[in-house]
Write a protein that binds this ligand. Sequence first.
Ligand code: SER
Length: 579
Amino acid sequence: MESRELRERFLEFFKKREHTIVPSSSLIPDDPSVLLTTAGMQQFKPYYTGAADPFHSPHPTLGGRPLGSRNAASIQKSFRTSDIDEVGDERHLTFFEMLGNFSFGGYFKEKAIQYAYDFLREINVPIEYVTVFGGDAEVPRDEESIAIWNSYGFSMEKQNLKLMGREDNFWGPTGNEGPCGPTTEIYAGGIEIWNIVFNQYYCHPDKTLEPLKTPGVDTGMGLERLATVSQEKENIFQTDLFDPLIALLPTHLGNREKRIIVDHARAIVFLICDGVLPSNKDAGYILRRLMRRFIIRARNYSQEYFTILGKVIDRYGSVYHELNSEKTFLIFKDELSQFEKTLVAGQHELEKLQSIDAASAFRLYESYGLPYEVIKDLGGEKAKSLARDDFDKEFTKHQEISRAGQEKKFGGHGLLLDTGELKAADEREIQIVTRLHTATHLLQAALRKVLGESVRQAGSDITAERTRFDFTFDRKLTSEEIAAVEQVANRAIQDDLKVEYKEMPYEEALKTNALHFAKEKYPSIVKVYTAFDSETGRVFSQELCGGPHVQRTSEVGKLKIVKEEAIARGIRRIRAIIE
Ligand code: SER
């Protein structure tokens, strides 16, 4: 069956069984504790915990309408960074589509297993065997699922039901905490195709499990794998999801090479079109790594980058309307020209080395922008003993040194740039830091309103405890001025302004009134964050910034300036907290 039909049949099947069909959420999740969307259940997390109500709470991917049902189904764009290094074999991907049905207190094990069984029968995919959670010290063996599978003719005696441990048959949480539970997995054509999770517990950050009040179902079936089995192919790359892309590549290329090119091409297009921009951190760094790896691979045979990326958009555009070739090409072109400049020099440098260890790899990264994978690729034998862990350690070590160095160089007022870099350890901290990030924008706007437009950002640093903002001003602030700044900022918080961003080319952003930080190197496409009154449209603050920010200023809390001092001639520093 063609993949297009598999998608349709899946949604139709669950629609008939009282599921609300929900569009895929973005690859950039609302949940700040995860970098990218890795599973279909993420957009439903609040329903499992009871934090949202499926009949009343507005659902983001339904334009704010409630789900209107305890059951939902979707085809979710998903991304697994953990698999980047594995791509090239027969089954690993970074980006993939996941078919899923979900229930939050609607149905549980009996129906979930029945639906999976019936759907696979309907599309003629025979189940080879199933696995069930076998129990451990903390969570008992899943007797209920065993009994249900028995009634469909699967049992341990027949060896088409296997009991597995925590490693294999227990799922979640995504991020630091959240719903999780035992799973039952379905195998067909030699591969695992469907993972059915019974969300029975809430996993706290300290890893303790608490039973959920309303248990739920979360299932996920990779479309690529299902298509492999349904189309009776040997591997995902032979399915109609990849075949047209592979067909563009010269036949003499090795399989591994081809797979990396097509996997990365899909991932690049989907990430860019969901708003990720190449950069040196977080999701931006993942995109940059994929782009550079793709460039290196595709460069080896011809430079058909745009043909391949264009084909992805062709193939997927009718299902995913956000795909846009203009945007993709613009961002890709920019990265390509940046990378090509240093690539030649980097390659030359690499050739001079006898062997490549973590320290020399990091130097290549730092001076020529060659990412780890690229060094590994280009280095071949020479980079054989280079391991990602060691490279990462080198990275962290260097960051610390450079931070300390900056503090020293600027006489203690380390110009840590306001690039949206979040130094936070867990979900709670990320939330505080996000609020402080918005507070910093409000603070800058308030300073300019009280002290005049000569105030410009000279640096900023945010930790989970406070924001530290440096700005140009030539004298000490009076206590009245400090009070006035607090008042103006807190007024903006009370007014519950809306915080939104627009993406635009850097050149265009400069033409707006948005504040930008002269010392910052911005990418060619930037985000302009605006805090404005949604009724009157009055703009309170507008800045170029990577984010993230809260959605409404009332989420910030109360801003309090705790210290104001000079740090250099003409530069003042404010420390502020939120309460
Ligand atoms: N959340 C589970 C998975 O991603 C099932 O959807 O495998």
